[in-house]
Design a protein around this ligand. Structure first.
Ligand code: HEM
Length: 403
């Protein structure tokens, strides 16, 4: 590693405070900086983030980032977690990544995903029925968190009685994406291993009695020699964590934004045809993925600065989505915003596989929620508390509402 601190502004990002406000402050100063605590670069401007996302000289670096910072003994203790992560979307090699993209496109087709709409509506209805008589709910545990987990449980063909286990696993596995300590990563590893063992039984069943679910699709691909059992279970774990907390955050943050902007909530209630554009604005303004991480595999130039191979680069989606040179009045939450080219689902070769699914889930959820409870409002005067998820994330654990 060179010494970027000599030529670039550098920032501490792990201290207390709102990580997104900090990112926006950095972004107002510069598009490229150095983060000494993380030993990586940070890119904040829209055009630079976009071109880095599309750059063939960089690859996704989740695994190396999690493990490289740990002492060797901890890395060894977490060996089985790493083995699983290395299989996610075949990221370890370009051939593997293409193989998985092609394979998963068999399931994530527009026809299959749109075909899930009635079921998503039904699952949303079940959750809303459960709180209807109370006239109030906590949106996070009662709706936003269980809905995407239940959709994924259905996709994987899990029985309804096992849904709670799925949610528990998911929470632990998320530690992989935060600047978590070894204890949390060990809990993550335990959950990954438990979930994989559980899934092996479903795979065995679908080999002999295929159904209309994702694991049956994987079992068919296994027969063709495209994928093996370890890869199947590892990638089901990936789909769980990739699609659960992200979509849950979109729903809870999206509703928080609507309630904080009553004119926009009123507009959406009176014009439900704006639902899709409202969801794109939720993705831009308060999107769940606030950054992604890359590793340079060859020397690259970003914002006029040469970066050697083997460096880590954080691409700040949140600041790109608030770049005033691309989005007029970027801090304004405007559900009628036109030409909303947000980067909330990434771009380029790692573009979100589940973007259409997340859009279907949130579309159905908001349509039903607002048609049933058009006068939904915060149940308390206190602003909801954000839990910071270092380095650049945050999560809402509670959003009490009345309706
Ligand atoms: C609002 C919800 C979601 C958000 C904000 C989101 C965000 C993202 C982002 C930003 C990426 C790019 C990562 C990178 O560039 O390194 C990504 C990739 C991915 N997402 Fe999503 N996602 C969401 C929902 C889902 C769902 C529902 C699924 C599937 C069930 C899913 C599966 C994936 C997978 C498998 C990848 C990796 C794609 C690849 O490497 O080729 N996501 N997502």
């Amino acid at each position: 590693m060179g010494n970027p601190a000599i030529t670039l502004p550098s920032y501490d990002v792990l201290d207390a405070g709102d990580p997104l406000e900090r990112l926006l402050r950095i972004s107002a100063d510069t598009t490229l900086s150095w983060l000494p605590e993380l030993g990586g670069y940070l890119v904040t401007g829209y055009e630079d983030v976009l071109s880095a996302m599309k750059h063939p000289g960089m690859r996704s670096a989740v695994a190396t980032r999690v493990f490289a910072r740990l002492p060797e003994a901890d890395q060894e203790a977490l060996r089985r977690l790493r083995l699983s992560i290395d299989m996610w979307m075949g990221h370890a090699t370009e051939e593997g990544h293409h193989r998985f993209q092609k394979l998963l496109k068999r399931y994530f087709t527009p026809a299959i995903i749109n075909g899930l709409r009635p079921r998503v509506r039904e699952l949303t209805g079940e959750l809303l029925d459960a709180v209807a008589a109370d006239g109030r709910m906590d949106v996070v545990p009662d709706l936003a968190f269980p809905l995407p987990a239940n959709v994924i449980a259905d996709m994987l063909g899990m029985p309804t009685s096992d849904r709670d286990r799925l949610r528990e696993w998911s929470r632990h596995i998320m530690a992989v994406f935060q600047h978590a300590d070894v204890e949390k990563l060990m809990a993550s590893q335990d959950s990954v291993l438990e979930m994989q063992d559980y899934l092996r039984e479903i795979v065995a069943d679908r080999r002999v009695s295929p159904r209309d679910d994702l694991i049956s699709m994987f079992a068919a691909a296994e027969r063709e020699g495209v994928v093996n059992e370890d890869e199947i279970v590892a990638n089901c774990v990936l789909l769980l964590f990739a699609g659960h907390e992200t979509t849950a955050t979109l729903i809870s943050r999206g509703l928080q934004l609507l309630m904080a902007n009553p004119d926009q909530l009123e507009l959406l209630v009176s014009r439900p045809e704006l639902n899709r554009s409202a969801i794109e604005e939720m993705m831009r303004h308060g999107g769940p993925a606030t950054s992604v991480i890359r590793e340079t595999i060859e020397p690259v130039t970003i914002a006029g600065h040469d970066i050697p191979a083997g460096e880590h680069i954080y691409l700040a989606i949140h600041t790109a989505n608030h770049d005033p040179t691309v989005f007029a009045d970027p801090m304004r939450f405007d559900i009628t915003r036109k030409n909303n080219r947000h980067l909330g689902f990434g771009m380029g070769s790692y573009y979100c596989l589940g973007a259409a699914l997340a859009r279907v889930e949130s579309d159905e959820c908001f349509r039903l929620l607002l048609s049933r409870y058009p006068n939904i409002r915060p149940a308390t005067d206190q602003a909801p508390v954000d839990v910071p998820l270092p380095p650049f994330g945050r999560r809402l654990d509670s959003l009490p509402v009345e309706f």
